[in-house]
Design a protein around this ligand. Sequence first.
Ligand code: 0L1
Ligand code: MG
Length: 261
Amino acid sequence: MEKALIQKIANTLHDARLSAHSLPQFSKDLPDFKRQDAYSIQEEGIRLREAAGEKVIGLKMGLTSEGKRKQMNLDAPLYGVLTDRMQVQNGGNYKLTGSIHPKIEPEVAFYIKSELKGKISREDVLNATDSVCAALEILDSRYDGFKYFSMEDVISDNSSSSHYILGPKISDFRKIDLANLRMQMKVNGETKMEGNSKEISDDPVISVIQLAELLALRGKSIPAGCFVLAGAATAAISLEPGMTVSLEVESLPHLSVSIKD
Ligand code: 0L1
Ligand code: MG
């Protein structure tokens, strides 16, 4: 794909996000849209955010559970890039103004203390991990109806990133079985989604391995000092004002966010 078209799509998605307007998917008119073109558009979109003063501090894996892939009718994991301005504090408010059709999903996150590059093992991930926490990801899509025709549409849109909430972290994560943690996402105290961390790529550590592999295709790595949202254990739910969404992940401190108009 030509640089000018990459830039044009990135600008269009950036403006759609800023003005909270949805768009038709690009893949409809681009029969030869390649996955690596989509990551180039994503990178251009991140450059636009950096030019506006945002700082990249994290990465996300998406479509890591069968439930999520079925919900979105897409077939493989993907990644996105997270900035400081996307963070909502644990226990804080999230205002719906400025979003298009936001949803929330239950995740586990890793704080990475040393670089992870290319083909790595489970032990490499654990050695490079400083701490772990439960996390909520708020997704939004800049496409009409929060629907995609292709992976390329969603990757271009920074894998539907919008906001995230990180719970308190624990550093003695080796004492727990990260691949078998019960996860309950509640709305106003009532359980709405229930799953297990095993549904995140069979083991959230595997998500981090897959992220390093996907980044290597772009000549990139997981840098020291960033955090990684490993993916959701269940399908996402739509946000409405008045909801307080909390996440309880076994053996990890809980977190919550209140949704406002
Ligand atoms: O974080 C995710 O799993 C979302 C990835 C993109 C698919 C979606 O928009 O739900
Ligand atoms: Mg997610």
